[in-house]
Design a protein around this ligand. Sequence first.
Ligand SMILES: NC(=O)c1ccc[n+]([C@@H]2O[C@H](COP(=O)([O-])OP(=O)(O)OC[C@H]3O[C@@H](n4cnc5c(N)ncnc54)[C@H](O)[C@@H]3O)[C@@H](O)[C@H]2O)c1
Length: 417
Amino acid sequence: MCAYAMPSGIEMINRAKEKDGTPARVLLVGVGGYGRVYVQATRKLESDGLAVISAVVDPLAENSPEWPALAEAGVALFKTVEEFVQSENEADLAVISSPIAFHADQACAALKAGMNVLCEKPLCATVEDARRMVQASENSGGFMEIGYQWSFSRAIQDLKSDVMAGRLGAPERLKTWVSWPRGSNYYARNTWAGRIRDGKGRSVFDSPANNAAAHFLHNMFYVLGASRSSAAKPVSITAECYRANPIENFDAACCRVETREGADVLFYTAHCVKKKMSPAFQFIFEDATVDYPDSGEIVARFKDGRQKSYGDPQQDRMRKLRHCIRRCQDPETDTVICGPRAAMSQTLCVNAMQATPTHEFDPTMVKVEDQGDGVKLTHVPGLEDAMKEGFERDLLFSEMNIPWARQARHIDLTAHL
Ligand SMILES: NC(=O)c1ccc[n+]([C@@H]2O[C@H](COP(=O)([O-])OP(=O)(O)OC[C@H]3O[C@@H](n4cnc5c(N)ncnc54)[C@H](O)[C@@H]3O)[C@@H](O)[C@H]2O)c1
């Protein structure tokens, strides 16, 4: 039995309805890109009578295919959160799905104005902004959740419960690898992809570790957190960063992180790859090994022969939104699942990675492949294999005598504990 069993989505919503029939008023900040998923999910909740879209903040809303229907429905549009706050409109929940550079200011402004916040991952770019978000959420009467959907999944919650209760024994080593190709269209979709700072000088730190694969780095800290809403703390990191695409920041990296909780965390990720593989992880505990093999089920195999399946953390990706809607309607029944303090371990690692040099792959190693419709995929043949081998052997690229690998940099993070 798990120490904590999350109610199903329907149970959550029915309980919220019983408690208070008023639909939660939702402010959508960013309605293009991933924000489209929130528009669709909120509209669904709207048709179920559980939420109502009170307004949109997006300076470029008209570029979103979702905007015409919202405009037709009479949804008010604002260019900034501050403009919304000064208007007649009100909201119970601000859902922030804007570019990374805006997360901190918008989340803090929304909390200050009395709204609750569901802010997309990653938490933000800089550690300073992360601290500001932690303070703002802890000093406010509302809540802030960070939208790492795995953390809200039944599978991860059940695994975390078992880890917290010591059912798997002491954690020893957690490792994850993720090979996700991204073509030129990914980097061209906005003005900040692949950037260290945006055009206005705001920190973005966009990379696989701080965007598409951020989920899986965060997940390892989250699973190890001593309480339901906390994550393990990085004590030091040894990292290597590489670049093949014509971008400002890195597009491949690996790192080993020592945690205050005693276990090591290993992470391998790249966008300059041809084969989409994983995310796959293996978490090694004193009494069990937990595997998530390339989009399957999470399974723990105990040394005494028992086996336990936790399901697939990819299921039900909008549980995070329903959780927040329910909390708006009935704050008494639940606590934070993944707040800014838990999400900050990933930010600390990413800031340290930004402080390590990015090595360019030798141009003779890099292939550029035409994928049609003007899309080009820049990739380094063999990089997937290097990641997989590092994952299997618990070694960084530079520790495997790979000719292109360059020395890792070690950074102490104890000052942030
Ligand atoms: N949870 C997930 O699985 C997932 C998946 C993709 C992206 N994301 C996250 O969603 C966020 C947005 O990423 P994206 O790829 O959709 O970005 P994007 O740049 O493609 O789209 C961002 C949207 O925000 C709008 N926007 C720009 N400036 C704004 C501002 N100042 N205020 C409000 N809106 C503004 C844009 O017009 C656009 O509609 C990022 O934090 C990203 O990491 C999460």
